[in-house]
Ligand binder design. Structure first.
Ligand code: FES
Length: 215
């Protein structure tokens, strides 16, 4: 399915989950409260040299950064499919918003309460049988990303992942958000800053995905 054209916008929309002090404060903001924003920061998804078929794989709130990606791909007139996984139907968010863009959506839940019962990675494996030339983009828990990377690596398909990390400065100064690169070792530490060099990385650059070490 080809996506529809999108209108220009002059506002910023934030989707977030309340998980700590910062997001609690955000949830208590009222209409008209002043808010300072710094950004955009870091590196987003690269759309250079990508073909016209795209598979977006989301786990839980990992759906959020994939929305703006879907918008951009839709603006190019590309074919976009969203594979959304969660534990239960309560984890499945904003599907309608993607469908309004013209994105074809596939939902799976662990308990079968919405969509197909099972893991989103099973849906991805099936999809890659039909779209062997697809580019894949994923965001979600690291074990899910590692499983997605294993599937894409075996299928020789390009995969970009958007990482979730606790961030303080956002500009590469505090080193609070670093993740080991695939070349990292105790003798030769090698880290990547999620805020500055990411949050989007080529999956092959990350130790947690290449070596499947979740710390
Ligand atoms: S948040 Fe400070 S270095 Fe990334």
């Amino acid at each position: 399915m080809l996506c529809t054209e999108l209108p220009e916008r002059d506002f910023v929309e934030l989707i977030y989950k309340v998980v700590g002090a910062g997001t609690t404060m955000m949830s208590e903001l009222k209409n008209g409260d002043p808010v300072e924003l710094l950004g955009p920061l870091g590196e987003g998804f690269s759309l250079e040299n990508q073909g016209g078929n795209h598979l977006l794989v989301a786990g839980g709130i990992g759906l959020v950064p994939l929305y703006t990606l879907a918008e951009k791909l839709c603006q190019r007139g590309d074919s976009v499919r969203l594979l959304m996984g969660g534990r239960t139907r309560d984890d499945i968010l904003a599907i309608t918003e993607f469908e309004r863009l013209g994105v074809e959506t596939y939902v799976s839940t662990d308990d079968g309460s919405l969509g197909e019962q099972g893991l989103v990675t099973a849906v991805l494996s099936r999809m890659l049988n039909s779209f062997a030339d697809a580019s894949v983009y994923a965001c979600g828990p690291v074990p899910m990303l590692a499983a997605v990377r294993t599937i894409c690596h075996a299928a020789d398909v390009n995969l970009q992942v958007s990482l979730e990390a606790l961030m303080a400065c956002g500009i590469g100064a505090c080193l609070g958000c670093v993740v080991p690169s695939k070349d990292h070792s105790e003798k030769q530490p090698d880290y990547l800053c999620t805020c500055k060099q990411g949050p989007v990385f080529d999956a092959e650059a990350l130790a947690a995905l290449v070596n499947e070490v979740f710390t």
